[in-house]
Design a protein around this ligand. Structure first.
Ligand code: SF4
Ligand code: SF4
Length: 224
């Protein structure tokens, strides 16, 4: 996904980017409705840029007099699937959104189904596996896919009817991340701590080493 990021070190907090974005998208010079913003702490004067997740139209970038806005393409890996401690699959979610609406989400799911252990590189064989290795025989991939789509649809219907609690409870009961030490890497920072919860919106709650709780919506999560 391509989007823009404010580089905090270069940003002066002039807000020109917010004026440009709101003028382009809303027809008015109104920073409060811009898709990105630079928050200036009134006490410390520290500036923290908040990025825009929309595909970069980059009007903000053109307007920035200090070259503080860069365009980046990133992938957001939001989860992995495990058999015991071994990885058996992964998900990749890409999204285009505006301030108050999601334009689309594309979800890719990759699962090692009938891969023999020998298919994996020697240095990975300790950490990854496949379904056939775990159950001891080959699996019919068409039936397996049908089952996944059926289970996916069941959860999708729950989301559509607003029953998030049911999903998060099931998620928590199956999570290999909770109650483990993790390292989080986001676009802006990186920190370590203990994964202690998943909130009702699907954010991971991490207790950092200084005791503070951090809510992680997107980024890479490495179990330690
Ligand atoms: S990329 Fe476009 S939508 Fe996003 S903040 Fe910049 S001007 Fe606004
Ligand atoms: S225009 Fe550039 S310097 Fe000004 S607030 Fe936006 S990012 Fe920061």
């Amino acid at each position: 996904m391509t989007h823009v990021i404010i580089r905090n070190k270069r940003c002066t907090g002039c807000h020109m980017c917010e004026y440009a974005c709101s003028a382009h998208h809303e027809g008015a010079y109104r920073p409060s409705v811009a898709r990105l913003f630079a928050a200036v702490n009134p006490t410390t004067a520290e500036i923290k840029g908040h990025t825009c997740l929309q595909t970069a139209c980059a009007k903000c970038q053109l307007a920035c007099p200090y070259g503080a806005i860069v365009t980046k393409t990133v992938s957001m890996k939001i989860a992995g699937s495990f058999a015991g401690k071994k990885k058996i699959g992964g998900l990749l979610l890409e999204m285009a959104a505006e301030a108050d609406a999601v334009n689309y989400c594309v979800l890719g799911i990759g699962i090692d189904v009938n891969n023999p252990v020998g298919d994996f590189a020697a240095d990975l064989q300790r950490d990854i596996t496949s379904i056939s290795v775990e159950v001891g025989h080959e699996v019919d991939r068409a039936s397996f896919l049908a089952r996944i789509l059926k289970e996916f649809e069941n959860r999708y219907l729950l989301v559509e009817s607003g029953e998030y609690e049911t999903i998060t409870q099931e998620w928590k009961s199956l999570s290999a991340t909770l109650e483990n030490r993790v390292q989080i890497r986001t676009l802006k920072n990186s920190f370590e701590g203990e994964a202690i919860d998943i909130d009702e919106f699907g954010a991971l709650i991490v207790r950092k080493d200084n005791g503070k709780l951090e809510r992680v919506v997107a980024g890479d999560c490495y179990q330690q």
